[in-house]
Ligand binder design. Structure first.
Ligand SMILES: Cc1cc2nc3c(=O)[nH]c(=O)nc-3n(C[C@H](O)[C@H](O)[C@H](O)COP(=O)(O)OP(=O)(O)OC[C@H]3O[C@@H](n4cnc5c(N)ncnc54)[C@H](O)[C@@H]3O)c2cc1C
Length: 601
């Protein structure tokens, strides 16, 4: 059965037809690169993913990490994968040449990571977090911190984590209880307990660099009193050698539904004299700094969800092409051959929905990565500003939409396999279990809805929102010029109008009664997401139509582009119209959930 990672033709389409990744080579930072270089790097990523990550996807699930009271034990393939990833240079790939990196664009790093996630999302969690933690030190650490921690993190001798959540504080980070006590030498001592910390202990690296949120004694209440600290598992001497064990103890491992080969830890900071921590940047600005890692992780979580959905889609498509079962209603002869289940329209419905969700979600996440790239390296200040403005607005959607519809795709993959889908020998149930985490971590769906409607839409005098409108309208105009896309263009235009009507209706109520106005924010997020994905699909359809008109399009490419067009039609005709009833609920500020009382349940 098919064990392929993503779909090479689709990745090529997304990088070079839907997006113009090759154009990056004209920017000063990437002048030494070319499409061939990018492709060679992606080939290396695919090889590492196939040889070192894919081999233990099921094994890591069946043999979850253990803790003997002293050490954490992982199956040995995990370390081989970590080492192969580090030796291939991926931990440092996006850094400048003079910082020991390959000066790779963000999007190439993301697609490289996408292969690891496709092969084994749990093992890929370790490098994913380490890259984010190192990026945070790179952006906001002082020179001494960078010199001490970044080289071993880039080499893979140290890994990194993000330590935000506590047993009693998850969504509400403003209320965290971990404290930091200043010391005469400028360092701090941390005291508190963190929970769910991914990779918080493991047996892959000689050290772990925790990025910890804590409050310095006397800090202002709430989010404005949070500071960020580097807190290594083992202290690092000035010459870079390892010193004493820091006062960070593993209290225990958590046992999860999926993602099992990534350790989930409860960590105690300061059981003895306090865990030595080093303040990053200024006091009380920790949440602002941490948002860099969180935003990066949010795109990564959305992408991971789309990819797990994609893997289920690949598997169920292959299965449907090979599984004979039943006959079409029109075939009356009981002795005729059974058809493969892909011949049944209902199975095609399930495959098409998966395709629409996963290719749509992945395209959205790669578009977000390209915006992140533009925010750093676009030619003009205006273009950089525009990119970050739009990215800020859509980040809750980029995180949430694939996290919601990726698992839905996995659910459909299970259904396509029938009984086999429910059996652990087939990978689709593991994809589902692994993917079920994504709507929870990095800000739940509910929190992302509040962020979008309560903050992001209004931000900068609605500049991101207006930009989104302008971009979608431009795509509608472009599609209006193409006969085959007229009806899709009209559907998207109507969808955008609906989003605007809903937004106009709710925003004035925010000041009057914020609780009621935000009560259905998750529905608003879904509605906005459907419009955004329709836009992404119409852009893909535009590329496909133009390519199909080329005289020398090959037969396989022709099928590929027709598939894109059909998936775009499916999304716009079957999924976008769901915003109608959602809009009605939102515009009337429907209060059924809001009014429901605890005592009535
Ligand atoms: C496997 C796994 C890995 C993780 N990895 C990490 C990690 O590496 N580092 C880290 O710091 N954390 C990590 N987390 C923690 C994760 O980010 C939190 O679990 C998540 O943010 C939710 O917090 P919580 O579990 O406390 O749930 P709660 O905050 O208690 O939320 C419970 C429910 O209430 C809803 N809710 C909460 N507040 C509101 C509100 N104001 N309005 C509306 N609804 C609300 C939520 O949407 C949710 O449905 C991980 C979690 C898991 C399960």
């Amino acid at each position: 059965m098919n064990n392929k990672l993503l779909n090479d033709r689709d990745i090529e389409f997304m990088l070079y037809e839907f997006l113009d990744t090759e154009a990056l080579c004209r920017r000063p930072r990437y002048q030494e690169h070319s499409r061939e270089v990018f492709n060679a790097i992606l080939d290396t990523a695919k090889t590492v993913a196939s040889n070192y990550f894919a081999d233990h996807y099921a094994k890591g699930d069946a043999n979850e990490p253990t803790f003997d009271g002293q050490n954490v034990h992982l199956i040995p393939e995990t370390k081989q994968a970590w080492d192969a990833f580090a030796q291939a240079g991926f931990l440092a790939a996006h850094y400048d040449f003079d910082e020991g990196g390959m000066q790779l664009p963000e999007i190439i790093l993301r697609v490289s990571m996408a292969y690891m996630t496709a092969a084994n999302t749990a093992t890929a969690g370790y490098p994913f977090l380490s890259i984010g933690a190192a990026n945070l030190i790179h952006s906001y650490g002082n020179e001494e911190q960078k010199a001490r921690f970044l080289p071993p993190m880039k080499e893979g001798r140290f890994a990194g984590t993000m330590a935000l959540t506590e047993p009693n504080q998850g969504s509400a980070l403003a209320d965290i209880n971990t404290t930091a006590k200043p010391q005469a030498d400028g360092s701090y001592r941390l005291f508190g307990q963190k929970m769910y910390i991914s990779g918080g202990d493991q047996s892959l690296t000689e050290n772990i660099v925790h990025m910890v949120l804590a409050k310095i004694k006397g800090a202002p209440a709430g989010a404005k009193g949070i500071s960020l600290f580097i807190c290594p598992k083992v202290l690092v001497n000035e010459d870079g050698s390892l010193g004493e064990r820091n006062d960070v103890q593993l209290a225990g491992l958590l046992h999860k539904m999926g993602y099992r080969n990534t350790t989930s830890t409860v960590l105690n900071f300061g059981e003895k004299d306090g865990a030595v921590g080093y303040l990053i940047g200024e006091p009380h600005k920790g949440l602002f700094y941490m948002f860099q890692m969180m935003n990066e992780a949010r795109i990564g979580v959305g992408m991971g969800a789309a990819i797990l959905g994609y893997q289920g889609y690949n598997y169920s498509l292959d299965y449907a092409r090979q599984r004979p079962q039943g006959r079409l209603a029109s075939q009356k002869d009981p002795q005729s051959r059974q058809v493969n289940i892909i011949e049944h329209a209902d199975v095609r419905r399930m495959l098409l929905a998966q395709k629409a969700y996963c290719e749509g979600g992945l395209a959205l996440c790669l578009y977000a990565s390209s915006l992140f790239e533009d925010s750093l390296t676009a030619e003009t200040e205006d273009a950089r500003h525009e990119a970050i403005t739009l990215l800020d607005l859509i980040t809750p959607i980029v995180k949430t939409w694939p996290s919601k519809y990726g698992p839905k795709a996995n659910d459909l993959a299970i259904q396509v396999l029938g009984g086999s889908g429910y059996i652990r020998e087939y990978p689709v149930e593991q994809y589902y279990r692994d993917n079920r985490l994504n709507p929870i971590h990095e800000g739940t769906e509910g929190i992302q809805g509040l962020d979008l409607l309560g903050r992001k839409v209004l931000q900068g005098n609605m500049s991101g929102y207006k930009l989104f409108n302008a971009k979608v309208s431009a795509t509608v105009v472009a599609a209006n010029g193409v006969n085959r896309l007229l009806s899709m263009a009209e559907q998207l235009r109507a969808g955008l109008d609906t989003l605007n009507e809903v937004t106009d209706a709710i925003l004035p109520k925010l000041a009057e009664d914020a609780d009621l106005a935000l009560a259905n924010a998750t529905i608003y997020l879904d509605l906005f997401g459907r419009v955004a994905i329709s836009w992404i699909w119409l852009q893909q359809a535009l590329v496909a139509v133009n390519a199909l008109d080329e005289p020398d399009v090959s037969a396989s490419d022709s099928n590929f582009y027709r598939g894109k067009l059909q998936a775009a039609r499916f999304y716009l005709e079957w999924e976008l119209p769901e915003i109608g009833p959602q809009a009605s609920l939102l515009m009337e500020l429907n209060s059924i959930c809001y009014d429901m009382q605890d005592s009535w349940f």
